[in-house]
Design a binder for this molecule. Structure first.
Ligand SMILES: [Fe+2]
Ligand SMILES: [Fe+2]
Length: 229
């Protein structure tokens, strides 16, 4: 019984993570193309965002490999389970998919808000990993624990470019409203949505991968299995 509950917990946890990693790198793709168009000379910022995108994609593929090893697909979750989805929806009053990224990048105040949302999300993710890595059920799965360790190592370089931009343009690194919304979104996910998902046996599994249109090539997959083992 205890083993079954532990398995279900990891299933739920990894399903939420794989959704968020995929959402992360696909949303960064949009930010990246807008930054390239607005500030093509800002090569340092562009390179930093490219590295961030590559890391989130790497995290996604590590979770995908983890599910493949288990022989199951992730639970079919939608944007209700995305930290950044909820955060953006509250801060910009629009879903990520309908965000006018060009307009946001063209307006310093809006771009500063987006930078704060990304940086708070990354810092939140980093703090969350401390508690996950001390969780016995997570630690018992050596590969999953290793994945979380890799993510923890990567995370600080993710908020850095956005905070550097805020500093460069003398914008506050965070504001009370952003911090309050971040805490609310996190609490909602952890204490409401995750338990409901854990207890609901009727949630189906995905039938295809989120990146079905853009599967990992052989070299990428090999590199990732090496870093997760
Ligand atoms: Fe990530
Ligand atoms: Fe990250």
């Amino acid at each position: 019984m205890r083993r079954r509950l532990g398995r279900r917990y990891l299933d739920v946890l990894a399903s939420i993570y794989i959704y968020n990693e995929h959402r992360g790198y696909t949303a960064i793709d949009r930010v990246l193309s807008a930054v390239r168009a607005r500030a093509p000379d800002d090569l340092v910022l562009i390179a930093a965002i490219e590295r961030h995108r590559a890391d989130e994609r790497k995290h996604y593929v590590m979770f995908r490999r983890w599910f493949e090893r288990r022989g199951v697909m992730p639970l079919a979750l939608d944007r209700t389970f995305g930290h950044i989805d909820r955060f953006v929806e509250i801060m910009f009053r629009t879903p990520i998919s309908r965000m006018d990224i060009q307009a946001i990048i063209a307006d310093d105040a809006l771009f500063a808000r987006l930078c704060r949302v990304i940086s708070l999300t990354e810092r939140r993710g980093y703090r969350q990993l401390d508690s996950l890595l001390s969780n016995r059920t997570v630690r018992a799965d050596r590969i999953l624990a290793r994945i979380f360790e890799v993510i923890r190592k990567d995370e600080p370089s993710h908020w850095a470019p956005y905070e550097q931009w805020l500093q460069r343009y003398a914008q506050p690194r965070s504001d009370w409203w952003g911090r309050a919304v971040d805490s609310f979104v996190h609490a909602e996910l952890l204490f409401l949505k995750l338990p409901i998902l854990f207890l609901n046996p009727f949630v189906s599994r995905r039938v295809d991968w989120l990146d079905a249109d853009q599967s990992a090539n052989g070299a990428e997959a090999q590199q990732l299995s090496a870093s997760a083992s």
